[in-house]
Design a protein around this ligand. Structure first.
Ligand SMILES: [Zn+2]
Length: 68
């Protein structure tokens, strides 16, 4: 199940909810103030995967030492 991120429009609290795929924001309330005025945020971790570690995994490690 995907984790949706919500932001409370009342207090600005950001929280995440584990919901079924395609579930709506109905019934979601802010855990901080209890307000139901929440808006779903676009998940940031799944959308952008910028290559920050370029060339990091290119090191050849001599693993088999006892290879005869
Ligand atoms: Zn709130």
């Amino acid at each position: 199940m995907p984790i949706y991120e919500y932001r409370c429009t009342e207090c600005g609290k950001v929280f995440s909810k584990l919901q079924r795929m395609g579930a709506s924001a109905e019934g979601i309330s802010c855990p901080a103030c209890g307000s139901s005025k929440v808006e779903r945020m676009v998940s940031s971790f799944a959308s952008s995967s910028s290559g920050t570690s370029a060339g990091a995994g290119a090191s050849t490690s001599p693993s088999c030492s006892g290879f005869t």
